[in-house]
Design a protein around this ligand. Structure first.
Ligand code: GDP
Ligand code: IMO
Ligand code: MG
Length: 422
């Protein structure tokens, strides 16, 4: 068997949580491969809304294993709070939730370093979620990190103290940054005890064995392609590989074992945090999208920046991920417009640009739009795509022709049920 991958093609928050939940009944294992509590994945069903940060979005389906892979960074405090929130739903975590022994731990001092670094950057800040993601991945590649497997080691405390001393050696240079580490450590160590109650596994062996036994695996991406450390709008990115290749390194899966790559995008575009966004609308239209789409971050509550769909950006994301099928989300939100704009190319210094450029931060980019007819109606009660209004069908046909990839799913609301197949 192969591993299918579902990942975001824009700047995150495309609706990955919802679609993973919808697809889970067709899989045996759902595995997160990168990112950490910077993610906020929303699922809605039976009138209840759930937001997951580290736990994979397949957790609500009985008999499905949810695995947190080696590429993920785990904050024990956030993780333990997620478990607490799920307790009323009677999920058997000890048998259904597995952690890779190789996943790295976010220490309280990683969060402090994240905050101190952002404070020092001032107006150039990344707009980090302040969950300690950057400093934790820095320690991973710097070969200093602590991993889940270490919590069972008799010298865990020594390893912890050595790393904290390193961090404090950096924090002293941030003279105007104050903190109370002891207050953060108490809940952190309590949460480490909670982690110990779960199964820590050699996840690369576990997954490859499962594939050999005919199990179906879906890898769940976090963030989005334009936040990828290599291919995103650097330096305004996260610190992991969010693209398909991240599945291989974040789970221990060979490239030859990748199956379908499901790319997910909003029918428009959003971004939260700093950094370039060529089709951003700093006007009443952008405000309308934010209001209608309820575009506020699932992790930080920050308002998301909104703009029209950008085909230059989307084609780039499809290319680097090898996307084989698409899911278009939040189509209902555009129901407020009589006309919809889609960016087909950029003008840079008067020249037409169709390939996403190296530098989008300092260049003056003028997005060029094609205007399409809007459906201008409520889609949220729509039960099948055949009955969709003609302008929505045209929008889908137009995008498929522009992107050369079939759009298999059209989402018309946040609920599981508001999902149409094409
Ligand atoms: P993720 O990080 O990719 O999982 O996405 P988020 O959960 O951060 O953000 C997506 C938001 O849009 C959530 O509030 C979802 O409940 C909501 N959502 C998902 N699909 C749709 C849709 O088709 N229509 C509407 N109106 N909301 C949606
Ligand atoms: P999901 O999985 C949207 C953004 C932050 C910031 C940048 C770096 O819910 O789609 P970090 O905390 O990773 O150092 O922040 O990346 N960011 C996200 N934006 N959705 C996310 O995750 C994000 N995770 C990080 O806003 O600009
Ligand atoms: Mg999100």
């Amino acid at each position: 068997m192969k591993v299918d991958v579902l990942l975001g093609l824009q700047w995150g928050d495309e609706g990955k949580g919802k679609i993973v939940d919808v697809l889970t009944p067709s899989y045996d294992i759902i595995a997160r491969f990168q990112g950490g509590p910077n993610a906020g994945h929303t699922l809605e069903f039976e009138g209840i809304k759930h937001v997951l940060h580290t736990i994979p979005s397949g957790i609500f389906h009985p008999n499905v294993i949810n695995l947190v892979g080696n590429g993920v960074v785990i904050d024990p405090v956030v993780f333990s709070a997620e478990l607490d929130k799920l307790k009323p739903f009677g999920i058997d975590f000890s048998s259904r939730l597995l952690l890779s022994k190789k996943a790295h731990l976010i220490l309280p001092t990683h969060k402090l370093l994240d905050a101190a670094s952002e404070q020092a950057k001032g107006k150039n800040k990344i707009g980090s979620t302040l969950k300690g993601i950057g400093p934790t991945y820095m320690d991973k590649t710097g070969r200093n990190g602590l991993r889940v497997g270490d919590i069972f080691s008799p010298n865990f405390m020594e390893k912890y103290q050595a790393l904290v001393e390193k961090h404090e050696g950096i924090l002293v240079h941030h003279t105007d940054f104050t903190y109370d580490l002891a207050a953060l450590e108490q809940p952190w160590f309590a949460a480490i005890e909670v982690l110990k109650t779960l199964q820590a596994v050699d996840s690369e062996h576990y997954l490859n064995q499962a594939l050999q036994n005919g199990k179906k695996v879906l890898a769940e991406g976090a963030q989005g392609t334009m936040l990828d450390i290599d291919f995103g709008t650097y330096p305004f990115v996260t610190s992991s590989n969010t693209v398909t290749a991240g599945t291989c390194t974040g789970l221990g899966i060979a490239p030859t074992k990748i199956g379908s790559v499901i790319g997910i995008f909003k029918a428009y575009c959003t971004r939260v945090g700093s950094g370039p966004f060529p089709t951003e609308l700093n006007d009443a239209t952008g405000e309308l999208i934010r209001k209608e789409g309820n575009e506020f971050g699932a992790t930080t509550g920050r308002p998301r920046r909104c703009g029209w769909l950008d085909l230059v950006q989307l084609r780039y994301a499809i290319m680097v991920n090898g996307v084989t099928e698409l899911s278009m989300m939040k189509s209902d939100v555009l129901g407020i417009f009589e006309h919809i704009n889609v960016c087909t190319h950029y003008l840079i210094n008067g020249e037409k640009v169709t390939d996403f450029p190296y530098d989008v931060t300092d260049l003056e980019i003028e997005p060029v739009y094609e205007q399409l007819e809007g459906w201008h109606c409520d889609l949220t009660e729509l039960e099948d795509f055949e009955s969709a209004p003609a302008p929505l069908k045209n929008y889908v046909t137009y995008l498929q022709a522009q992107l050369n990839v079939p759009i298999r799913v059209i989402s018309v609301g946040p609920d599981r049920k508001q999902t149409l197949q094409n």
